[in-house]
Design a protein around this ligand. Structure first.
Ligand SMILES: Cc1ncc(COP(=O)(O)O)c(C=O)c1O
Length: 447
């Protein structure tokens, strides 16, 4: 009988993370100092990150051992199951096989805890007392709050103002796990106050929240900053997803034809799909598909250029597909996908043609989510639903392919978004070309 669910024993939780930097066909353009425009040196990052993470950010090593303390905590929910979506396949009357890697089973409900635990661990080892971070949808903030709780660290979270009001229960999770949460922009930082003065009604953005969290860490001796996506070390920690998936597919004799994940900053996409890069380099027919919202189309409509990772220009300049650091996205429900840029690793591989990208509007995404929920039962996060929508469209080709997507998180705190969709109240939004051109006019003149 065909297996509907593939589980690994806990002894098979990976012992090392996979560092895709070792296998890139061309080296990554270096990050630049936001003040000088010169290539960044490790010590430039020291005010905001502990040295162990800075080393991982730049490491050429293919395998980086997972500390035993982190691996022991991964056992709370890892390995995560790989599930065949047989009921969805049947409803679609497709000859394709559809599998999903279920990262929603972590306590905080998404893949974000894979790196939150690792980042909290290295900061704790470095003697840090408090971590600062930003959050969009609240999945990252809640994961970071839980990780800090486990390692006895204080946690300060700047939550994008529109999500702060849209997702009160994600905020409750952060409070339960001991985090303090502020709507961003806030009056606690210079960058937040400047933005509020210019536009008191702003809904906020991840770019603004990052500026606040970086400033808070850089101006307090005992605090450091953590980022939930984009950076190389975050994609490194997320590689446990792809490494487990590879092993699970091997166990049932499957070879993937199409790998799909949604992209906000690129961490679940990178962690899930990039451990397959050696296979992709050997077999160009393997497709790797990144899915994003039409309201924040960095990969499909942005430009590949050096840009700031945040609005106040405190974070390093990185080469990425960007909509411009001044970009303020519409308040779509996939809060975790409203970021102006992309992980440099993901952008680089997209530019080199190893990654495809596509964008969907939110009603199309929620239709996919409903079809999935009504067949498979699980209720996906709006972010995750982008990958589901793309997987459904691939399966509709009915060409016998093996499709695997990353189920990055559940949508249990997104009921108001589902209610709006069911009531026909969700607006579709395509980011207009003029707005893109306007934001791109502010790109820094470097590189
Ligand atoms: C469930 C879920 N999936 C995906 C994302 C997108 O982030 P990333 O691109 O870093 O995986 C988020 C971000 O908050 C999320 O909460």
């Amino acid at each position: 009988m065909e297996k509907e669910r593939v589980d690994l024993p806990q002894s098979e939780i990976p012992v090392s993370w996979y560092n895709v930097l070792a296998d890139l066909p061309q080296p990554l353009p270096p990050p630049l100092h936001p003040g000088t425009g010169q290539p960044l040196k490790p010590e430039d990052l020291a005010p905001i990150f502990p040295m162990a993470l800075i080393e991982q950010e730049m490491s050429p090593e293919r395998w980086i051992p997972i500390p035993e303390a982190v691996r022991a905590l991964y056992k709370i929910w890892r390995p995560t199951p790989l599930i065949r979506a047989v009921r969805l396949e049947k409803a679609l009357k497709t000859s394709c096989r559809i599998y999903f890697k279920n990262e929603s089973v972590s306590p905080a409900g998404s893949h974000k805890l894979n790196t939150a635990l690792a980042q909290a661990y290295y900061n704790k080892m470095a003697g840090v007392r408090r971590l600062t971070t930003e959050t969009g949808a609240g999945q990252w903030g809640s994961s970071m709050a839980f990780a800090c709780q486990l390692f006895g660290l204080a946690c300060t979270i700047y939550m994008v103002k529109s999500s702060y009001h849209q997702k009160p229960y994600r905020r409750s999770l952060m409070h339960i796990w001991g985090g303090e949460v502020f709507p961003s922009p806030s009056d606690r930082t210079q960058s937040g106050r400047a933005i509020l003065a210019a536009n008191p009604e702003t809904p906020g953005s991840l770019g603004i929240a990052i500026s606040e969290a970086v400033e808070d860490a850089a101006t307090h001796e005992d605090a450091k900053y953590t980022l939930g996506s984009v950076l190389n070390h975050v994609i490194l920690h997320q590689s446990v997803i792809g490494l487990e998936t590879k092993r699970q597919l091997e166990m049932i004799g499957e070879t993937p034809d199409v790998l799909i994940a949604c992209v906000g900053g690129g961490s679940n996409f990178g962690g899930f799909s990039l451990p397959f890069l050696p296979e992709k380099l050997a077999n160009p027919k393997l497709r790797i598909v990144a899915v994003e919202p039409s309201a924040c189309p960095s990969l499909t409509k942005g430009v590949y250029a050096y840009d700031y990772g945040d609005t106040a220009k405190l974070a390093p300049l990185v080469k990425m597909f960007t909509l411009g650091h001044t970009f303020i996205p519409e308040g779509i429900h996939a809060g975790g996908l409203r970021y102006h840029g992309t992980a440099p690793i993901v952008a680089h591989l997209a530019k080199l043609g190893f990654i495809e990208s596509k964008a969907y509007t939110q009603n199309a995404v929620f239709e996919g989510a409903l079809q999935f929920a009504r067949t498979e039962g699980f209720i996906p996060a709006p972010e995750t639903s982008h990958a589901i929508r793309a997987a459904i469209d691939e399966a509709r080709k009915d060409d016998g392919k093996c499709i695997v997507f990353n189920y990055s998180g559940h949508g249990h705190f997104d009921m108001s978004a589902y209610d709006s969709h069911l009531a026909g109240d969700l607006e579709d939004y395509e980011h207009p070309e003029e707005k893109i051109a306007e934001a791109l006019a502010h790109l820094p003149k470097v590189g």
